[in-house]
Design a protein around this ligand. Structure first.
Ligand SMILES: [Mn+2]
Length: 395
């Protein structure tokens, strides 16, 4: 029995900022998770909460969630989900998870109280105890309602913060969760990868699929593959590739520092223009230098070498960092580079297309550009996959 464990996909989020491209990141990486599940032929996907970013997803969020989950359903892979705080309505309204359940795309394990179910998967019975998000002060009481499932393999799925993480507002310890009652404990709520064991039971957070703020940024994001076929449970990690990278530059005294740190080779290798966060060395960087820095970062955004940026000064005495320059919203009129990049989706390919557009008056130039393309197999392969993607979007 093989499960894919994912959590905190926050569909519908666009943080930081309010860019459409940023919102798409969350859908794209969710679609990659679905592809991993199909490729690895898992028996089920277990989502440990915060599928959506809001309990009132907008139509396009439903649209992309539906498109991805439909692929999973067509492959015969059940999607089992527990509610995180972002999936829970504030009043006695309906959680969006129920909408997906009614469409037979997901199976909701629990929404506001603990619930235990036995699910028949193609490789056998899986008993699941599910603990949705509850406020930390209630967790001690609520966990007493949790019943250990009566089945061959037992999994606990919960959306909470473990005391072992050593962060404020934690819910329970692994001992209080009675983790050793289960073969595997699938957790969500913490946005970084973290795993421990209790007795012989793996207790795992795969982390969110995208970083929602700079503190969560990382060059690696994962889902867990959990093999329950043998007595000894094994956990493997699959690294995701379609999430957006963050480039964080600290201790900047002036433009020169920044240009040096934003190594063009590093930026070119990224699949998507990164989110750039700059922290100045001190509060005393002169205004004129700050202006040069923001002009430079604006030029990166306009030419699609960065998605957005923020420049901060260090916080004083643990207070919040102060933002001194940023671009987190779309420019009013998109540049030609931005339009081409949006269609092409790859920086290298976008550059080629742009060079052809710009030189299109000159037939000799176009001939040589196309000639270059033919002699560059990796670039040609990218072009083929672009055509494939555009075809799929039509279909
Ligand atoms: Mn979350």
């Amino acid at each position: 029995m093989l499960l894919l464990h994912v959590s905190d996909t926050h569909l519908g989020a666009s943080r930081p900022g309010r860019l459409r491209d940023r919102e798409m990141d969350f859908y794209e990486v969710f679609d990659e998770v679905v592809e991993v599940a199909i490729r690895e032929r898992v028996d089920a996907v277990v989502h440990a909460g915060d599928l959506f970013d809001s309990y009132r997803p907008n139509p396009q969020t439903y649209y992309y969630a539906y498109r991805s989950l439909r692929r999973l359903r067509d492959a015969g892979i059940p999607f089992l989900v527990v509610a995180g705080q972002h999936d829970q309505p504030k009043a006695s309204a309906l959680t969006p998870l129920r909408v997906l359940e009614e469409m037979e795309l997901v199976r909701v394990l629990a929404t506001d109280r603990p619930r235990t179910t036995v699910v028949n998967l193609r490789s056998g019975e899986l008993g699941i105890a599910a603990l949705p998000y509850v406020p930390p002060q209630l967790a001690g009481e609520v966990v007493k309602e949790l019943r250990r499932p009566d089945a061959g393999r037992r999994v606990l799925v919960a959306h909470l913060l473990l005391k072992e993480l050593g962060i404020p507002n934690a819910h329970l310890s692994v001992a209080e969760l009675r983790a050793s009652d289960y073969d595997y404990v699938a957790l969500g709520d913490y946005h970084m990868r973290y795993s421990t064991t209790y007795g012989s039971t793996p207790v795992v957070y795969p982390g969110s699929t995208e970083a929602l703020d700079v503190l969560e940024s990382s060059d690696e994001r994962y889902v867990a593959l959990v093999d329950l076929s043998r007595r000894e449970v094994s956990v493997g990690w699959v690294g995701l590739t379609r999430f957006r990278r963050w480039v964080v530059v600290e201790g900047v005294r002036g433009l020169q520092d920044l240009v040096k740190a934003l190594d063009p080779a590093r930026l070119r290798d990224l699949q998507k223009p990164p989110i750039v966060y700059v922290e100045l060395a001190s509060r005393s960087v002169p205004q004129v230098e700050l202006r040069r820095i923001s002009d430079y970062l604006d030029s990166l955004v306009r030419s699609c070498r960065a998605l957005l940026y923020r420049v901060q000064v260090p916080s004083v005495a643990g207070g919040p960092a102060e933002v001194v320059a940023e671009r987190v919203q779309p420019t009013q009129v998109p540049t030609l580079e931005q339009v081409v990049f949006r269609v092409v989706g790859d920086p290298e390919l976008a550059k080629l297309v742009l060079s052809i557009i710009e030189g299109s008056e000159d037939p000799e130039f176009v001939k040589s550009a196309v000639g270059r393309l033919v002699e560059d197999p990796p670039l040609l392969a990218k072009l083929r996959s672009l055509v494939g993607r555009l075809d799929r979007q039509k279909g």
